[in-house]
Design a protein. Structure first.
Length: 262
């Protein structure tokens, strides 16, 4: 799925092209992450654009390794474009890095080499480690839960961070597939009480109408559910199997992409 051609989205595409020209890179994937891609943005949510890019082949043949990340801001910080070089991205894929697994699934696309996106998702399935990925979500869930439970009122934004990462932990415990980036898909792929799911969907609708500074309170049923997910993940995560993977798969993919210079 590509984005509609709104003025902001056209600006993002322009900045991506500008980065390619200024840095001498080719962007293989530029997509939205964060609340827009998760499916619960606020009206004032900024644009979290994440890219995977490659340099010409000879760039990788130097004895020293050069900077392999990009971080830039535009439009008074409303547009955040950051990303990883191809080699760094594949090394993170080897570790089942959760943010990388999310971005290659994003349905909000600004630019993409479709063959690359299809193949990196296939490679991700082969190298996916449930135990590695749950570590990220569990750590985030604990951190965000401390913010929510420690206050009578809390930012709804932080509440959703805690909720999504808690549900991701449950997904990893109960399913062998990579957690989907879309939060509704995650909810619908688990056997959860109907009343709980309906309340969460109501909160998503609320979040779509209030800005990111909005404070919320209550939701004991949902908070109790989040605590149970975190407690279960704490108890069961260490027994999850590691992936059986070979670096050769990633090496071959890396070489193939480098050789496809236009």
């Amino acid at each position: 799925m590509s984005v509609r051609n709104s003025p902001m989205e056209e600006k993002i595409k322009k900045y991506i092209q500008q980065l390619e020209e200024e840095r001498g890179i080719k962007v293989l994937l530029a997509c939205e992450t964060g609340s827009r891609a998760w499916g619960f943005p606020s009206p004032d949510s900024d644009y979290d654009v994440r890219i995977i890019y490659k340099h010409p082949k000879n760039w990788y043949l130097k004895l020293g390794e050069s900077k392999d990340t990009i971080d830039v801001f535009y439009e008074n910080n409303d547009i955040d474009i950051s990303g990883w070089d191809l080699r760094k991205s594949l090394r993170l894929l080897w570790k089942s890095n959760a943010p990388l697994l999310e971005r290659i699934q994003s349905s909000i696309i600004y630019k993409a080499d479709e063959a690359f996106v299809e193949e990196i998702n296939e490679v991700a399935q082969k190298t996916y480690s449930r135990i590695a990925t749950i570590h990220h979500y569990l750590s985030m869930a604990k951190k965000m839960m401390e913010i929510v439970k420690g206050s009578e009122e809390y930012k709804l934004k932080k509440f959703f961070y805690a909720l999504r990462t808690s549900v991701a932990c449950l997904w990893i415990l109960e399913r062998e597939e990579i957690p989907p980036i879309a939060f509704r898909k995650m909810l619908e792929g688990l056997s959860l009480p109907i009343s709980l799911v309906e309340r969460i969907k109501e909160l998503i609708e609320l979040k779509e109408t209030v800005d990111e500074s909005y404070f919320h309170k209550g939701e004991e049923e949902v908070i109790t559910f989040m605590r149970s997910c975190i407690e279960r993940a704490d108890n069961e995560s260490k027994s999850l199997p590691s992936a059986k993977k070979e670096m050769k798969v990633l090496d071959e993919f890396f070489i193939k992409i480098l050789e496809n210079d236009d």
